[in-house]
Write a protein that binds this ligand. Structure first.
Ligand SMILES: [Zn+2]
Length: 376
């Protein structure tokens, strides 16, 4: 033991005060080391050894003694000092002593933290609604502080997957397929194939097209939770609430009227997504006194005059209507009557056939409409 102490700075001379001071120094170095990483302790011990062996070297040289041992000690000490910072720090961002540089801990790729950062929208208090330009069809992505929800996906090859992936979204918590027509669920086939989906809400009305069959087969084969969307259902979508206002008992006689209508509310700002409902459904919702009033309306059925009856629009009483339709579409959407109804009521109209993608951002108090530039 005594032999070993000869090499430890502070214990070599046998003087009590030196031993006490060295003891406190080592205890402190160990204590801090346990907090922020033992690399610190290593460097602190190395620094003291460095100093003492440096002094030894000078003294021995003056006394013409051999300096081999003290040079060796100096080298060992130097290695200790530089090895310390290479060991990872463990504790909080604590200011550390000399000889130890603080390194930011790097997040290993594929870790949970990194995944969260990608899936969550950047401003956690904001709510973003993307009315994606898919030509003639509907596709709306909601980004709440906690979830990503897609309402319809346009037709097959609509590019909705690319749009969603470009945002860094890697998972959809919920997909609403409003009704079985291809301009709403066709693109959902691409989505289901390429993006993990937790749950699909659908009117569950039988329909015999290849598109609808493929869509159901995919949901089944991927073991995705399938929920029949019925009026009265609500979903917490993380920072906002989604309520289903329609249908009650859909039939396959008119698929448009089987459309799921959802209202999404964040604070004072609300959105009404109406699929392709027609006059009949609008009257049913009015008769049931559904809470239709909303800040922003996704115009029913691409702005067709078979929907947007004045009584319904009065009840919704929106500031802004978004019409989702293709340029020069064969149905003549949006119809003149619908545009007149909105204009007469002082409702601002935004159309995907004119503006392309329309993105609304809200903090629950006010909202901003972001468009790129009008399509030439
Ligand atoms: Zn449609």
């Amino acid at each position: 033991m005594k032999g070993l102490l000869r090499y430890i700075p502070g214990f070599r001379s046998g003087k009590t005060w030196k031993r006490a001071a060295a003891g406190i120094y080592y205890a402190l170095a160990l204590r801090i080391g346990l907090e922020i990483g033992l690399g610190f302790t290593l460097s602190a011990v190395g620094a003291l050894l460095c100093m003492s062996s440096f002094v030894d070297t000078i003294v021995h040289k003056r006394k013409k003694k051999s300096i081999k041992k003290s040079i060796l000690a100096l080298m060992v000490a130097f290695i200790l000092v530089i090895t310390g910072p290479l060991l990872p720090l463990e504790g909080p961002d604590t200011p550390v002593g000399p000889g130890v540089s603080h390194r930011e801990e790097e997040e290993p790729p594929g870790s949970g933290k990194e995944k969260d950062a990608v899936e969550k929208p950047p401003e956690s208090h904001e709510f973003k609604v993307h009315f994606i330009d898919v030509g003639q069809g509907d596709a709306v992505l909601l980004q709440t502080p906690e979830q990503n929800v897609l309402i319809d996906g346009g037709d097959r090859g609509s590019g909705v997957v690319k749009y969603i992936k470009n945002l860094g979204v890697q998972e959809l918590h919920l997909v609403v397929g409003t009704h079985a027509h291809a301009d709403h669920i066709g693109g959902l086939i691409d989505v289901l194939k390429n993006i993990p989906v937790k749950e699909v809400i659908d009117p569950a009305v039988p329909h015999t097209t290849k598109t609808f069959e493929d869509y159901l087969t995919l949901i089944d084969s991927k073991d995705i939770k399938f929920t029949e969307g019925r009026a009265g259902m609500t979903r917490d979508i993380g920072g906002g609430v989604m309520e289903v206002l329609h249908p009650i008992s859909p039939s396959s006689d008119d698929l448009n009227d089987s459309s799921i209508v959802v209202k999404v509310t964040m604070g004072e700002v609300s959105f009404l997504f109406t699929g392709d409902v027609e006059r009949v459904s609008e009257e049913e919702m009015l008769a049931r006194n559904e809470p239709l009033k909303s800040t922003i309306l996704k115009s029913p059925h691409h702005g067709s005059s078979t929907s947007s009856t004045p009584a319904f629009i009065r009840a919704v009483n929106p500031d802004t209507a978004i019409i989702m339709c293709g340029r020069d579409n064969k149905y003549g959407h949006p119809h003149r009557e619908t545009l007149e109804t909105y204009t007469k009521m002082g409702i601002d109209i935004y159309r995907t056939d004119i503006y392309g993608d329309i993105i609304i951002t809200t903090d629950g108090q006010t909202y901003d409409i972001n468009i790129n530039k009008p399509i030439e």
